[in-house]
Design a protein around this ligand. Structure first.
Ligand code: PMP
Length: 405
């Protein structure tokens, strides 16, 4: 049995106090805290083998290169990709989607072509496609949300047309917590020969992902949501699909040869990794993936499911509570409102009691429009949270409400 209480000690920040109160960190959807294993891996890199990668023959450069490539192989194993060359390091989810939107649409989108996304997307899975459509003369179609925060997949069948080039959607909604039926969407898309891109920013840290078993064409995620540093992320793509795409950025490392007459590009993954990468971030990501794998992603999922059930049942007992997003299958994220209290006011009063939650539109303004709300309070859980955190949160929320009504 995994000792999740003991695991809390791996995270130095969890012993911090905020306004004199022990920190209860429930903003894991925005970013996760870092275990000592990740902090130490980065420290060790800077203290003992800081060097540029793929450039020097000297010892330190070789060591840094080996660490970078070990991290790439670690990511490959974690999502069960067929080749490590299918793992492209990016700055994060946003950067990975911008890369794909640019390169994919440059290759595949003609005027009049279409892309399909959903109404629950984060802005970073909307705006890059809008920009690409504007550049290429294409258009975006949107799968609508139902009242419970699930997608209306009957509409997807009608949106698909001979002009559909790609379906890009999130695995888990950062706002509603909804876990989308990835297998159903992929099989429908593939039955029309349409590739899919999955935004796994809110899935990678909560559930097992097997890109081969699920037949995923492209998948993106951010390191900082899975206990790694900020500024590092991943674009996974099937080798055949990635290798036909043009580069996104030019520069060092992404070339085979350069002359003023002709430049040829490097093979995968380097073709999409122009310039010196975030070496410390990559090493941190490698350490984070190793750390999560040792705990076991299925153990994590089970613990978080228990926390979600407990928190939702406690919240539902509060008069005036409205949970926004009641899908039958959810990750450990709860958005809510209380009566007509503004979410920001609740967030501020929770903060004063040491409880960190998120308030606002969570970079999903179309969701707020859909439900005609100004924003929500969002509590998002990690495996290092426990029932005592939920109890503190509920007590602090009741106190906040009593001060606001
Ligand atoms: N997609 C989803 C579903 C997210 O939750 C986030 C981060 N909140 C992003 C994309 C963007 O991630 P990043 O800011 O790390 O690029």
């Amino acid at each position: 049995m995994t000792d999740f209480e003991k695991i809390r000690n791996d995270f130095p920040i969890l012993s911090e106090h905020i306004y004199g109160k022990p920190l209860v960190y429930l903003d894991n959807g925005a970013t996760t805290q870092k275990p000592a294993a990740v902090i130490n891996a980065i420290k060790e890199y800077y203290e003992s083998y800081n060097s540029n990668v793929h450039r020097g023959v000297h010892f330190l450069s070789q060591k840094a290169t080996d660490a970078e490539e070990a991290a790439r192989s670690g990511v490959q194993r974690f999502i069960n990709a067929a080749h490590s060359s299918e793992i492209i390091f990016t700055k994060g989810t946003t950067d990975a989607i911008n890369l794909l939107a640019y390169s994919f649409c440059k290759k595949h989108m003609q005027p009049g072509d279409e892309l399909i996304i959903t109404e629950m997307e984060h802005h970073s899975n909307i705006v890059p496609w809008q920009i690409a459509c504007e550049d290429r003369g294409g258009s975006l179609k949107v799968i609508p949300l139902k009242d419970d925060g699930t997608l209306d997949l009957a509409v997807l069948e009608k949106l698909i047309s001979p002009r559909t080039r790609l379906i890009a959607f999130t695995w888990v909604s950062n706002t509603l917590g909804t876990v989308n039926p990835v297998a159903d969407i992929i099989s429908l898309a593939h039955s029309h020969n349409i590739p899919v891109m999955i935004d796994a920013a809110q899935a990678i840290q909560h559930m097992a992902i097997d890109v081969q078993a699920s037949d995923i064409d492209f998948l993106v995620f951010s390191g900082h949501k899975i206990y790694a540093p900020t500024g590092i992320g991943v674009l996974y793509g099937k080798h055949a699909l990635l290798s036909e795409l043009p580069p996104y950025q030019g520069g060092g490392s992404m070339i085979k040869s350069v002359s003023f007459n002709e430049t040829t590009y490097a093979d995968l993954p380097f073709r999409f990794e122009a310039g010196t990468p975030n070496i410390a971030g990559i090493i941190g990501l490698g350490a984070a993936i190793k750390y999560v794998s040792e705990i076991g992603i299925n153990n994590i999922a089970a613990h978080e499911a228990e926390l979600l059930d407990y928190a939702e049942s406690e919240l539902k007992q509060i008069p005036g509570i409205r949970i926004v997003g009641t899908a039958p299958h959810k990750a450990a994220t709860i958005s809510f409102l209380v009566g007509d209290i503004h979410p920001y006011d609740i967030g501020e009063l929770l903060d004063k009691q040491g409880v960190a939650v998120r308030t606002g539109h969570h970079c999903c303004q179309p969701i707020m429009d859909r439900y005609a709300i100004p924003g929500t309070v969002r509590a998002s859980f990690s495996f290092y949270n426990n029932k005592a955190d939920v109890d503190t949160f509920i007590a602090a929320l009741k106190k906040a409400i009593s001060m606001l009504v």
